[in-house]
Design a binder for this molecule. Structure first.
Ligand SMILES: *Cc1c(COP(=O)(O)O)cnc(C)c1O
Ligand code: SF4
Length: 335
């Protein structure tokens, strides 16, 4: 994925592109940045899924803490190489639902578009780490296949830009897509699933805000934060700008052992997100992707945590606990 990110760089680099170039890419670099003794961690030195950690994200890791909940999301550790039963390369059945040109059509009325394989951060539990991006994305403004698919299906009223991370594309490419969507499809809602406001808040720049504000439909941005410490002033600022552009902000989190599987962490994630203008959406049970077995939390524990959240939080700050099951017509609610 790193190589994809590199080839996407435009000649006149934006500040956030520079931020991406300066991202930390090896375990030792990251540990040094966070002043953590490498002897405290069982590292994986040559992970199949390369490491990628932007400095703004790394700066929120507490120095010296080898158990830091942000660090553990991004550091390649030896456990990744341990095989776990039932963990595979296509845990959510995406490969079967590909319709070409980056289109994944699983659910009624909404279509997901893989816009690029690149991300600004590589999350070790990611279910897309084995996705064959090089064969199938709508990358770099080649939208025609996806537009044809949508224009033949007026029942599809929502387009979800995903990836990878759709905000890894330059805004001008995204603008071409939305201009075409207005012309030739029945789309009435646009949604973006992105971790960039958290990973590299500089991505929320004037050009992005201007584009979002110009769109004729309601726009939903689903961010991805798993722990309250992922928010800081720069993130708040980026999210505030998105809200001022009229965007609805939601968060999806993944339940991760050792990171957010305590009621206090989840409660304060929801409260901290709301303070930044974000409502909770889904809390996902881990997708069973090869290499992520050590992050799994049991369904029993998940149910206990949900009970605690219902006790501690107003209803609108309680996320929906779901598991994505291959072949199901929606993300299945768990209790
Ligand atoms: C998650 C997902 C969606 C969106 O589902 P919602 O329940 O509407 O958030 C749509 N398409 C695909 C392929 C998905 O994986
Ligand atoms: S940003 Fe999202 S798609 Fe990219 S590695 Fe993280 S979880 Fe996966």
């Amino acid at each position: 994925m790193c190589s994809v990110a590199r080839t996407l760089q435009s000649p006149k680099a934006n500040p956030w592109r520079t931020g991406l170039e300066q991202a930390l890419r090896t375990p030792l670099e990251l540990l040094e940045f966070c002043r953590i003794d490498p002897d405290q961690v069982d590292l994986l030195t040559e992970p199949a899924f390369p490491m990628l950690v932007p400095r703004p994200f790394a700066s929120r890791i507490s120095p010296g803490n080898a158990r830091d909940p942000l660090l553990l999301q991004v550091l390649a550790r030896a456990q990744e190489a341990h095989p776990a039963q039932g963990f595979g390369t296509d845990p959510v059945g995406d490969h079967d639902r590909r319709r070409g040109s980056g289109v994944i059509h699983k659910y009624h009325g909404r279509v997901l578009l893989i816009t690029t394989g690149a991300c600004a951060i590589h999350c070790r539990y990611c279910f897309r780490q084995h996705y064959p991006y090089t064969q199938d994305t709508a990358m770099r403004g080649r939208w025609q296949g996806a537009l044809d698919y949508l224009s033949e299906r007026p029942e599809v009223t929502e387009l979800i830009l995903s990836g990878g991370d759709p905000l890894m594309l330059d805004t001008r490419h995204l603008r071409v897509l939305t201009e075409e969507l207005v012309q030739s499809t029945a789309i009435r809602r646009l949604r973006l699933h992105t971790r960039l406001p958290i990973a590299l808040p500089d991505r929320v720049d004037d050009e992005l805000i201007e584009w979002l504000g110009s769109l004729p439909w309601p726009v939903v941005i689903v961010i991805h934060a798993n722990h309250p410490a992922e928010f800081d002033q720069a993130v708040d600022h980026a999210l505030g700008r998105l809200r001022s552009a009229g965007v609805h902000l939601l968060n999806q989190a993944v339940l991760l052992a050792g990171i957010n599987d305590q009621p206090e962490a989840l409660e304060s994630l929801m409260a901290r997100g709301f303070a930044a203008g974000v409502l909770p959406y889904y809390l996902h049970l881990l997708d069973r992707v090869a290499g992520a077995g050590h992050f799994e939390t049991s369904e029993t524990r998940a149910a206990e945590l949900m009970e605690q959240l219902r006790i501690r939080l107003p209803g609108y700050l309680v996320p929906r606990l779901v598991r994505e099951q291959a072949g199901a017509p929606y993300k299945l609610p768990i209790l």
